[in-house]
Design a protein around this ligand. Structure first.
Ligand SMILES: [Zn+2]
Length: 297
């Protein structure tokens, strides 16, 4: 323990991102994620951190004042989809229609343009490559939608680990990963950030490749320790339980991360893109596109 404490973290620059979603199986349940989101916004304000919020458009429709408040607090509002359907369950046509609608909903609510997109559950994979050109056509300038490694759910194992451009010109900012046995895990967010010990996360940050863009991601439910248990739609019982447990310490853990002397917090992604930070990103030419996946719902 003392040895770990004595280890200094090398300087790193981390972008803070939040996926603002409402996983309640029905809207009749208490929306305690609103209070959890406000606690998170208060922490960011206290530490003078501006973040990128990837917002589900249906949530923006049901809670417009929450989303407007986040934008007014100086955070970037980007898009996380209309209703959190993974890209793998959509056809290109459906994705195109839904995303255009979702972008318009959020722009109407905030009065600001939306330039960033994150696919639900990192579902930009070789099977959903069609999405990148559609996003460019719709005016998005960047995406942060894939896991460039081996993961049991969704992954794009051949994608570069550093920011790159798709053939359409869209910038992709892949998730930072750490290797754990046969898997590559997005250690700096979600359930991984919640369950992995802090010293391990710190060690992963210290070992990160300098070419990677380091970004943290989380959801209101990661902090929402007051929420009652419920089975999440289309999710096994054990996964719902795993997602419900171990939430109470997350806000304190994030505070600790944000206060690490070696960590500087980057501006929201849109500002980084506008500043030309990724101007030199190389174009990635993926292998031949996989056939279009059939819709599952
Ligand atoms: Zn999500």
């Amino acid at each position: 323990m003392n040895r770990l404490r004595a280890n200094s973290l090398h300087p790193c620059n981390v972008t803070i991102t939040i996926d603002l979603e409402d996983p309640r199986p029905n809207p009749g349940l208490p929306d305690s994620f609103v209070g959890a989101t406000r606690e998170l916004i208060d922490l960011l304000a206290e530490l003078k951190v501006s973040a990128t919020f990837f917002v589900i458009a249906d949530l923006a429709t049901s809670h417009p004042e929450l989303v407007r408040g986040i934008a007014d607090a100086g955070h970037e509002i980007a898009l996380h989809g209309l209703d959190h359907t993974p890209l793998t369950s959509l056809t290109p046509t459906k994705f195109d229609q839904q995303t255009r609608r979702a972008k318009a909903i959020i722009e109407e609510i905030t009065g600001r343009g939306v330039t960033g997109f994150r696919a639900p559950i990192f579902s930009l994979t070789p099977a959903t490559l069609w999405a990148e050109s559609l996003l460019t056509d719709q005016g998005f300038s960047y995406s942060s939608s894939l896991l460039p490694g081996r993961h049991p759910f969704f992954n794009f194992a051949d994608a570069p680990t550093e920011p790159f451009r798709w053939p359409s010109g869209l910038l992709e900012i892949p998730s930072p990963l750490t290797q754990l046995g046969p898997l590559d895990l997005p250690f700096l967010g979600g359930i991984y950030f919640r369950y992995l010990p802090y010293w391990y996360i710190r060690r992963c940050l210290d070992a990160a490749d300098a070419t990677q863009s380091l970004w943290f991601y989380s959801h209101p439910h990661d902090f929402d320790h007051r929420e009652s248990f419920y089975r999440i739609k289309n999710t096994p019982y054990w996964m719902s339980l795993l997602l419900w447990l171990n939430r109470k310490g997350t806000l304190g853990k994030l505070r600790r991360l944000l206060k690490e002397p070696a960590i500087t917090i980057a501006a929201p992604f849109a500002d980084q893109v506008a500043s030309g930070k990724f101007a030199q990103a190389a174009t990635f030419q993926p292998a031949a596109a996989a056939p279009v996946s059939p819709p599952e719902c």
